[in-house]
Design a protein around this ligand. Structure first.
Ligand SMILES: C[S@@+](CC[C@H](N)C(=O)[O-])C[C@H]1O[C@@H](n2cnc3c(N)ncnc32)[C@H](O)[C@@H]1O
Length: 331
């Protein structure tokens, strides 16, 4: 083949690739779950998809919608049905998820599956909506607990968006810093609290103290394991940010606990997230934190009570929020 023909075929090849939507060959790191653990992980996302769609879909701008970190595609599926005139791009870095996505959406006209890292994704047309559900905290946790990759992704997404396009983030969130006092109500709560402290060490050391209150004064008696007499009686003094991380994962299936304990779910507070988006030139259209109802009913209220000292007086405190929803619009 002559030089011209080689160049043309190379160009055609590149064009073919580029018309599909691209991201660099994944370079980041992902969690490793074994077969059964991966099924539990995938099923948990299928179960929560209706609730996520209800919160997110009112903010979606139809056109090209990128489901970034799509997993096995529960949200992609609903997006493709709810926005039939849009193209839904399901982007994920995991080969296993890409196999699942390819099988699930074979023959589905308005879904494109792209294998790659969220921080290098680009597309042939301007994007109308990026949806980042529970992907930033994974990207952060499996790449050295660094915010830089997340900021790089947000910059890249802003560049790829059309004017008036939206960036939606739904993920864990850090509470504002305060001291909390947790009262474990079950043996399970005590056991999982200690497992959290040991396992979360790979993220950071968790400072805590067990003790009791006498006239609204915390009387500590050590950083120790629990005994039966502690259940329903003793308190754990801990920062709200560590308490929040503990709440986000203590109830996970034993099989997936080690991986979940290597992840930090809340990478910024809502205030910090808003500031980042604003500084990057987005207009924040919506920002809220909330606690998922099933977590409160099925887990937290059964296992822990939460208190804080307000003006020196011990009183009930709200559980830390589990989730935040943030919507930025490109001007
Ligand atoms: C917790 S799952 C969320 C899946 C889906 N968004 C949902 O809510 O049902 C996170 C997904 O993000 C993917 N992921 C993590 N880091 C990524 C990255 N840097 N680029 C692309 N995908 C990533 C993982 O492979 C996983 O499938």
């Amino acid at each position: 083949m002559g030089y011209a023909a080689t160049a043309i075929s190379l160009l055609l090849c590149l064009k073919k690739e580029y018309t599909k939507g691209m991201a660099e060959v994944p370079s980041g790191v992902l969690a490793e779950r074994d077969g059964q653990g991966q099924e539990i992980y995938v099923q948990s996302m299928e179960k929560s998809v209706e609730a996520k769609a209800k919160e997110i879909f009112p903010w979606v701008k139809p056109g090209v919608i990128v489901d970034a970190g799509a997993g096995a595609g529960p949200l992609t599926d609903l997006l493709s049905k709810s926005f039939p005139g849009s193209t839904i791009v399901a982007l994920d870095m995991s080969s296993d998820m890409i196999d699942r996505l390819n099988r699930r959406f074979e023959g589905r006209k308005n879904v494109e599956v792209v294998h790659g890292d969220i921080d290098s994704f680009r597309y042939r047309e301007p994007v109308s909506t990026f949806i980042n559900v529970s992907v930033f905290h994974e990207d952060f946790s499996f790449n050295g607990y660094s915010h830089e990759k997340i900021i790089k992704t947000l910059i890249r997404q802003k560049q790829a968006l059309e004017k008036g396009g939206v960036d939606i983030i739904r993920d864990g969130v850090q509470p504002e810093q305060e001291v909390l006092y947790l009262r474990p109500l079950t043996e399970f709560a005590c056991d999982r609290f200690i497992k959290f402290v040991k396992g979360f060490k790979q993220v950071r050391d968790v400072n805590y103290m067990i003790g009791n209150f006498h006239s609204d004064v915390f009387v500590q008696n050590g950083r120790r394991n629990f005994v039966d007499a502690d259940v329903g009686k003793s308190f754990i003094e801990i920062s709200s940010q560590n308490a929040s991380e503990m709440f986000s994962k203590y109830f996970y299936a034993e099989k997936n606990l080690p991986v979940e304990l290597s992840e930090q779910f809340g990478i910024w507070t809502l205030r910090e997230y808003k500031k980042i988006l604003t500084d990057l030139g987005f207009t924040v259209k919506h920002a809220e934190t909330f606690l998922l109802d099933y977590l409160l009913k099925e887990h937290y209220s059964k296992d822990f009570e939460v208190f804080h000292l307000k003006n020196g007086v011990l009183s009930n405190a709200p559980y830390p929020p589990s989730t935040m929803l943030l919507v930025g619009e490109k001007q």
